[in-house]
Design a protein around this ligand. Structure first.
Ligand SMILES: *Cc1c(COP(=O)(O)O)cnc(C)c1O
Length: 462
């Protein structure tokens, strides 16, 4: 059979609002043209993020009913710990309320001011927590990974020549640990090859620098390794994940991604001293080490979800969905980042509609045309503001928008609808207006900024 189907059927439904263009015009205007300020009930297809937005399985809901809410040493904790240990092999495992809690505690317990932490690409919360601890977060993406139109596999890899050079020039003592993020979210959800993780580990071993894996999408990465890296086709996703984590000294994880849960995460490590420091800070800010800020039922949902994420048929369907949409957009000439990432399709908004803040223009056009919510990853999110100079802002290197795929939520016909909406917007791209920022916060401005609609390109050029 060539048709890859959703490997599940639907037991419970949730109504999608079907809205009119007039309604959407009014709602977007009252949200100051920022889709973050819309009510979710006014959105038909929500592709804002794949984080915590997945649908849980009947097995996960059933497991939640077994949640043991004992404060210490609950049965749910043991199930969670056993599953995480089976996958990662870590001696010490700690639940946390989400990925950034693990990052924060790791950063405050292991980093001193002036320390350097390399990564293939730091995710924004990882970078923020490292910088908050006074350390420096350095991205070491390969040149290939920086080229959005190269369709080479494993564009999420770390540049190992740059890694060796960084350690040599800065001194290994100033690098308390090195991270690698799978898949590489900040560079478009691109996967990292096992060979690359092994090469990173080899270099680090020479200098006795621990490797910390940011494993948020470890199961999606395992799928890419199985399908596209020579020598892995006969291995199960679980075996591939185990081989990967065996290379690591520690890992941070957001269960809102490949835990297939709506909340949660964990930290795992081998070193007793790291564990002792982590535990003490965990008790201070998250909770007792056998629940770490989660309910017993959350631990149950994650224990089941982590294993479901490693089911081959599930990953095959997920990958096929992303590829399906990417292929149809490419066929229409729509400029997207290639190859399609593991959890999202990224559109090059600068090529789509070159105007001021093109990502905002495109995101808003998708909402107005079809009630779809995407997110800008361009100068509004990553541009650097300068105070008291002209111009007062440095544009981001790229103007992308992201259509993230919530797990097990939308069917192929939903994606056909998204493709049709994009097709209409693409054909009318000259009518997409520029936007100007009229109000903004001093940091993380994209969440709350207000925008004013300017002239469309067509109008201003004619
Ligand atoms: C989401 C994410 C995080 C942070 O996890 P939260 O659960 O959102 O706190 C860290 N790293 C990567 C790569 C992520 O995608």
């Amino acid at each position: 059979m060539h048709t890859i189907i959703e490997p599940f059927r639907i037991k419970m439904t949730e109504a999608l609002p079907i809205t009119t263009r007039d309604q959407r015009e009014a709602w977007l205007a009252s949200a100051h043209n920022n889709v973050f300020l819309l009510n979710a009930e006014d959105i038909t297809i929500d592709l804002l993020t794949d984080s915590g937005t997945g649908a849980m399985s009947a097995r996960q809901w059933a497991a939640m009913m077994l949640g043991d809410e004992s404060y210490a040493g609950s049965i749910s904790w043991h199930r969670f710990e056993n599953t995480v240990r089976e996958i990662t092999g870590f001696k010490h495992i700690f639940p946390v309320h989400q990925g950034r809690a693990a990052e924060r505690i790791l950063a405050v317990t292991r980093l001193k001011s002036g320390a350097i932490v390399p990564n293939n690409s730091h995710f924004d919360t990882t970078r923020a927590n490292i910088e908050y601890a006074g350390a420096q977060a350095v991205d070491l993406l390969t040149l290939e990974g920086q080229d959005i139109y190269s369709s080479r596999p494993f564009k999420g890899n770390m540049d190992i020549v740059k890694l060796a050079h960084l350690i040599e020039t800065k001194g290994p003592k100033n690098v308390p640990f090195c991270m690698i993020t799978v898949t590489n979210n900040a560079c478009g959800g691109q996967p990292v090859a096992m060979e690359n993780i092994k090469a990173v580990k080899e270099i680090l071993k020479k200098y006795h620098i621990p490797l910390v894996i940011d494993g948020c999408r470890f199961a999606e990465n395992s799928y890419f390794v199985k399908e596209y890296e020579p020598g892995f086709s006969g291995r199960s996703l679980l075996e591939i994940a185990q081989e990967m984590f065996a290379l690591a000294d520690a890992a941070t994880m957001s269960a809102k991604k490949d835990g297939l849960a709506n909340i949660g995460g964990f930290f795992g490590c081998h070193d007793d001293e790291w564990a002792e420091d982590f535990r003490n800070m965990l008790i201070l800010t998250e909770g007792f080490p056998t629940y770490g800020g989660l309910a017993g039922r959350d631990l149950e949902a994650i224990a089941v979800g982590l294993k479901e994420a490693l089911e081959y048929e599930y990953q095959r369907y997920r990958h096929a969905t992303v590829e399906y949409m990417a292929g149809r957009l490419i066929a229409r000439g729509i400029p997207i980042v290639r190859p399609a990432g593991g959890h999202a399709v990224f559109i090059d908004a600068a090529a789509f509609c070159p105007c001021d803040y093109p990502g905002i223009g495109l995101v808003n056009a998708l909402y107005l045309e079809g009630g779809i919510r995407a997110v800008e990853l361009g100068s509004v999110m990553f541009g650097r503001r300068l105070l008291g100079t002209t111009p007062d802002e440095i544009a981001a290197p790229r103007e992308l928008i992201r259509l993230a795929f919530p797990r097990r939520v939308y069917t192929q016909s939903h994606f056909d609808y998204v493709i049709e909406v994009l097709d209409v917007v693409w054909r009318q791209r000259d009518a997409i207006p520029a936007y100007a920022i009229t109000k903004q916060a001093p940091f993380l401005r994209h969440f709350t900024a207000h925008f004013a609609r300017g002239e469309s390109r067509k109008a201003s050029f004619s």
